[in-house]
Write a protein of this length. Structure first.
Length: 149
């Protein structure tokens, strides 16, 4: 009986600690739409979350990005890295804590010209307690989460 328990514990340890991590989609999306269909450029130009439109779309990193206007679509197309959210649009606080989570488009922040999205406004408040530390941690964690390593 003891050897069965030991074998089970060993099998569990192998599954948990040896199984490779799975990479996440490079961009958080719902139904193929980045930022749940919200316009990434509007966070910068209008300083608020603005729903995008199926009339103004752009394919980037295998995901459809929607925009509230043709002008915003063109701004994004010219420089997607400037407007795309950090960490593929996953919750920045979650990435700082070495996991991924969905986002609420109304829970966002911009720091040093970069858009950060958050799971909720409460989580955004936690993020704000140590923005520099959270960004440093997320910058370290994101490659492993993205690549599944």
């Amino acid at each position: 009986m003891r050897s069965i328990a030991q074998a089970t514990a060993l099998l569990f340890a192998v599954i948990v600690f040896v199984t490779p991590a799975h990479a996440v989609d490079p961009v958080f999306n719902v139904d193929g739409k980045a930022i749940r269909g919200y316009d990434p450029v509007a966070y910068f130009t209008q300083e608020k979350a603005v729903p995008g439109s199926g009339d103004h779309t752009f394919e980037y990193q295998g995901t459809t990005w929607q925009f509230s206007s043709a002008e915003n679509r063109e701004l994004f197309a010219a420089d997607p890295e400037k407007y795309a959210p950090a960490y593929g649009g996953y919750c920045a606080w979650a990435v700082a804590n070495n996991y991924t989570a969905s986002i609420d488009p109304d829970a966002w922040s911009i720091r040093d010209g970069k858009l950060y999205l958050h799971y909720s406004k409460v989580v955004r408040g936690r993020w704000a307690l140590d923005k520099s530390g959270n960004i440093a941690a997320a910058d370290r964690n994101w490659p492993g989460l993205r690549d599944g390593s």
